[in-house]
Design a protein around this ligand. Structure first.
Ligand code: 6PG
Length: 465
């Protein structure tokens, strides 16, 4: 019996995805560059081993899969994908399909899609970490509809489902659309994590709460509007104890955040699209600052330890986080809408919110309401949807109080503060860019439009300067 599908790359995500596929009844052929890894994987597969075909060469892998073949690539993004595509080229037929399921840069996916590959190609964003890949990830596909349809039965079987039973797997659009949506997902992931970390900092340094007390608060929030995977795991990590020292786990972990790049790509792409996503940008910036540990230590030596006490209660922090989260997602969805226009895709905003409701890292209860609000009017900024406008009205005073008190006491709150600043700008019909326009006209005769609409586009600078 031939395998229904193949998979290359048995790292953490690849191995979990392969087991998930086998678990759902599909025979799968697997191959890893290091044969030992393939053997160990097959040996550890237990009952599922009957549906797993371990192979020791690319030729064997290809020969083990039923035609027309479908092969999932789960190798590190970048050159490794191009190398693998090149290695497969002489072995595959025109009807065979290769699916890049790594965290590819969507520009690379666009390039590969347009390249003259001698086989068919799909890009696929997969979210949910190891656990998601094993038991139900969110899947964001990109490429030709007929190619997606071919693998849809497998993807449908392995993907997560929201509480109402809807599938968290969909084709987002052509070429790089799936990887683009996954990239924005990761940008939002960075922002959600950063805002939670900022509120954690206020509780730890501003309210002098112990890790367990912080955990209890997160656990309580997870029962309400903020209910989400990231809040749930925040409750868990703050409750955990270090087996070496007995201290709370967060207290023994160096405050230097790593990143593989997807958040940074989101920020860079947003600049290209002129899409304002300050909360995500702030989160990327914060990770970059966190990495400069030596500089921060020198800063503390010179300027003294920063954050002082704040008089905030957990309810205010919860409401601030609710407001920050809405603002962040409003920005993220606007960026997606902008890309959809700019790249000629027809990205389905409510559909994306629905795919993110389960399986992925940013899954949350609020995404249900976001999907509903976007379905009513996908072109409207989420903050203007009645449900969220009301929620912002109710939670914004808390965000303002938290940000102003926190900043006054020396807490760094880049994501929450930039969300608030963005909101204050976007609810101001008469801002201050009139002065920028006057300056531009003064030094470069760039011209401006007048409030009264009169046909006079330059100032009298020659006379007054
Ligand atoms: C997911 C995650 C995942 C991502 C890691 C690490 O949706 O499952 O987004 O794809 O690679 O979370 O990302 P960083 O190393 O950039 O933090």
């Amino acid at each position: 019996q031939q395998a229904r599908i193949g998979l290359i790359g048995l790292g953490t995500m690849g191995a979990a995805l392969a087991l998930n596929i086998a678990d759902n009844g599909f025979p799968i052929a697997v191959w890893n560059r290091t044969t030992e890894v393939t053997r160990r994987f097959a040996d550890a597969a237990g009952d599922l081993a009957t549906r797993i075909v371990p192979t020791e060469s690319l030729q064997d892998l290809v020969a083990a899969i039923a035609r027309p073949r479908a092969i999932i690539l789960m190798v590190p993004a970048g050159q490794a994908v191009d190398d693998q595509l090149q290695a497969l080229a002489p072995l595959l037929e025109a009807d065979d399909l290769v699916i890049d399921a790594g965290n590819a840069d969507f520009h690379d996916t666009n390039r590969r899609d347009a390249a003259d590959l001698p086989f068919r190609f799909l890009g696929m964003g997969v979210s949910g970490g190891e656990e998601g890949a094993r038991h139900g990830p969110a899947i964001m596909g990109g490429g030709r509809a007929e190619d997606w349809d071919r693998v849809a039965p497998v993807m449908t079987a392995i993907a997560a489902r929201a509480d109402d039973g809807t599938l968290c797997a969909a084709r987002m659009g052509d070429a790089g659309a799936g990887h683009f949506v996954k990239m924005v997902h990761n940008g939002i992931e960075y922002a959600d994590m950063q805002m939670i970390a900022e509120v954690y900092g206020l509780m730890r340094d501003g309210l002098a709460l112990e890790s367990q007390a912080i955990s209890d608060i997160f656990a309580r929030w997870n029962e309400g509007t903020l209910s989400s995977y990231l809040i749930e795991i925040s409750a868990k990590v703050t409750a955990a104890r270090d087996p070496l020292t007995g201290q709370p786990m967060p207290d023994v972990i160096l405050d230097r955040a790593g990143q593989k790049g997807t958040g940074r790509w989101t920020a860079i792409e947003a600049q290209h699209l002129a899409a304002p996503i300050p909360v995500i940008e702030a989160a990327v910036m914060a990770r970059n600052v966190s990495a400069r540990l030596e500089e921060r230590r020198a800063g503390q030596d010179r300027f003294g330890a920063a954050p002082g006490p704040v008089a905030l209660d957990a309810d205010a922090l919860e409401r601030a986080l609710i407001a920050g989260k809405i603002l962040c997602y409003a920005q993220g969805f606007t960026m997606i809408a902008r890309a959809s226009e700019g790249f000629g895709w027809t990205l389905d905003l409510p559909g994306i919110a629905r795919v993110w409701r389960a399986g992925c890292i940013i899954r949350s209860a609020m995404l249900n309401d976001m999907a509903d609000a976007l379905a009513q009017d996908p072109g409207r900024n989420l903050v203007l949807a009645p449900f969220f406008a009301d929620l912002i009205e109710a939670s914004l005073p808390a965000l303002r109080q938290v940000v102003s008190q926190g900043i006054a006491a020396g807490h760094a709150l880049p994501a929450l503060a930039s969300g608030l600043t963005w909101f204050d700008m976007m609810r101001t019909a008469r801002g201050t860019a009139n002065l920028i326009q006057a300056q531009r006209d003064f030094f470069g005769a760039h011209g401006f439009d007048r409030l009264d609409g009169a046909d006079r586009h330059h100032g009298p600078w020659g006379q007054s300067a």
